[in-house]
Design a binder for this molecule. Structure first.
Ligand SMILES: *Cc1c(COP(=O)(O)O)cnc(C)c1O
Length: 369
C-alpha cells in the first residue's frame, strides 16, 4: 500500500513501509518479550544521545511530544524553584504556557523569531537572578527551523550551576547531540520526528542523579516522570498505564533502520542534503527563505510568500498535494510564510521532484534559464 502523498511536515512524517508493518501484531504490555523490547530501546536511545547508562537513563511518556515536555516541566522543578524559559518561537512559548498552567514560578527571555538565543544574554540573566534554578530551551525551534546554539547555551547553564531542560523534539536523532558531554539534565523528543517512528509517545533522557531528586514532586499523576521511571526500572520495561504497544514496535524498527542507515551522522547528512536542495531550488524559483542560511536547521525551512507571482497558500498547497507532497503552513504572526520539512523517509530524489513541481507551479522550468 502506498501513501497518497509524502509528508513534508516535521512530524508525523513519512515512515518506511517496514516501520508501518511492525505494527501488524498485537502485544501484551506486561509480557516479558514486549518488556524486553522496551528495555532495549531505552538503551538504544542512550546510545543515540551519546550518554552512558551509568549516568543517564531513558524513559517514555504516553502521548505526543508536548506530554513529555509537560511531564518534565511539571516533575523536575521543585515548589521553591524558578524556571528561565528561552524563547524564539511557538514551542518556547508553549513551555511558558505549561509553566503558567502548572503555576511554576518562571520568567522568559524572548528573542526575535529570526534570531538565535544569545548565550551571553542568558548568562547575564543567570548572574542577575539567583532564584533561577532551571533553564529550558528549544534546540531546533520548529516554528521557523532556526537551530539554537546548544553547546554555547549548555556551557553557560553549567558554568552557572543550573539544571537544563532541552526540547530537542525536532532534532534528536537527526543531528549529533552529545547529551552526556554537554551535561544536559533532561532532553525530550518524540517517536514521530527524526527517529522516524509513528506518533504515540515521547521519550526523555535524564541524568540519573537529577531524576532521582524528582520523587514526589510531580504536579500530575499520569505525567509523573519519576513514577513512570520507577515502574520501568523495577518492572524491567513496564509502563505504568497502557503503553502504545504498536507504536513501540514501530519505534524499535525505526531505531534499527537508523542504525542501518549509518546512525545519526548519516541521517544528519541526508537531511542536510534534502534541506539544501529545497533551499537552492526554491531560491532559483524566486522564493526567499525566511532565515539566513547559517541559522537554518537541516530539518525544516521557512519561506516567505513570494511576491513575483500571484500567491494564495491554499492554492499552492492543493497543487502540491495533488502532485504528491504535503507541506506545512507558517506559524509566524509578523510574516506570511510557509514551511517545507525534509525529515522522515524522504530523500534527495524526492526533494528534486518537489522542486520540479514548484517550478512548474511558478511557470518556469530550470531549463529555461
Ligand atoms: C513537534 C514539536 C513539539 C511537540 O509537539 P506535539 O504536537 O505535542 O508532538 C515540541 N517542540 C518542538 C520543537 C516540536 O518540533
Amino acid at each position: 500500500m502506498s501513501n497518497p502523498y509524502l509528508l513534508l511536515t516535521p512530524g508525523p512524517l513519512s515512515t518506511t513501509s517496514t516501520v508501518k508493518e511492525a505494527m501488524l501484531k498485537d502485544w501484551c504490555t506486561w509480557d516479558h518479550e514486549y518488556k524486553a523490547i522496551v528495555e532495549q530501546i531505552r538503551l538504544q536511545l542512550l546510545e543515540v544521545g551519546c550518554a552512558s547508562k551509568e549516568h543517564y537513563t531513558a524513559l517514555f511518556m504516553q502521548g505526543s511530544g508536548t506530554f513529555g515536555i509537560e511531564a518534565t516541566i511539571g516533575s523536575v522543578i521543585p515548589s521553591n524553584g524558578k524556571l528561565l524559559i528561552l524563547q524564539n518561537g511557538a514551542y518556547g512559548k508553549r513551555i511558558e504556557e505549561i509553566a503558567n498552567v502548572l503555576k511554576i514560578p518562571h520568567l522568559s527571555l524572548v528573542f526575535e523569531a529570526n534570531t538565535q538565543v544569545d548565550p551571553q544574554a542568558v548568562e547575564r540573566k543567570l548572574v542577575e537572578d539567583k532564584a533561577i534554578t532551571h533553564v529550558a530551551m528549544v534546540h531546533c525551534e520548529t516554528t521557523t527551523g532556526i537551530l539554537n546554539p546548544l553547546e554555547a547555551v549548555m556551557d553557560v547553564i553549567k558554568r552557572n550551576n543550573r539544571i537544563a531542560i532541552i526540547d530537542a523534539m525536532s532534532s534528536f536523532g537527526g543531528i549529533p547531540i552529545e547529551v552526556e558531554q554537554l551535561q544536559i539534565d533532561f532532553i525530550i523528543s518524540s517517536a514521530n520526528k527524526c527517529i522516524q517512528g509513528v506518533p504515540g509517545f515521547s521519550f526523555i533522557l535524564c541524568k540519573r542523579d537529577e531524576l532521582i531528586k524528582c520523587k514526589g514532586k510531580a504536579r500530575s499523576l499520569s505525567l509523573d516522570l519519576y513514577d513512570q521511571w520507577e515502574t520501568m526500572e523495577k518492572d524491567a520495561g513496564k509502563w505504568r498505564f497502557t503503553s502504545p504497544t504498536h507504536v513501540v514496535h514501530a519505534f524499535a524498527q525505526a531505531l534499527k533502520e537508523l542504525d542501518e542507515e549509518g546512525g545519526v551522522e548519516a541521517r544528519h547528512a541526508r537531511y542536510r542534503t534534502n534541506q539544501q536542495i529545497v533551499v537552492e531550488e526554491l531560491t532559483q524559483a524566486g522564493f526567499t527563505a525566511y532565515l539566513p542560511r547559517e541559522l537554518q536547521s537541516p530539518f525544516i525551512t521557512t519561506f516567505l510568500y513570494p511576491t513575483h507571482i500571484p500567491f494564495a497558500f491554499e492554492h499552492f498547497y492543493n497543487f502540491l498535494k495533488s502532485a504528491g507532497f504535503v507541506i506545512y503552513p507558517g506559524k509566524l504572526t509578523d510574516a506570511n510564510v510557509f514551511r517545507i520539512g525534509n525529515i522522515g523517509d524522504v530523500h534527495a530524489k524526492d526533494m528534486e521532484r518537489l522542486s520540479e513541481q514548484i517550478l512548474r507551479y511558478v511557470g518556469v522550468t530550470k531549463y529555461e534559464n
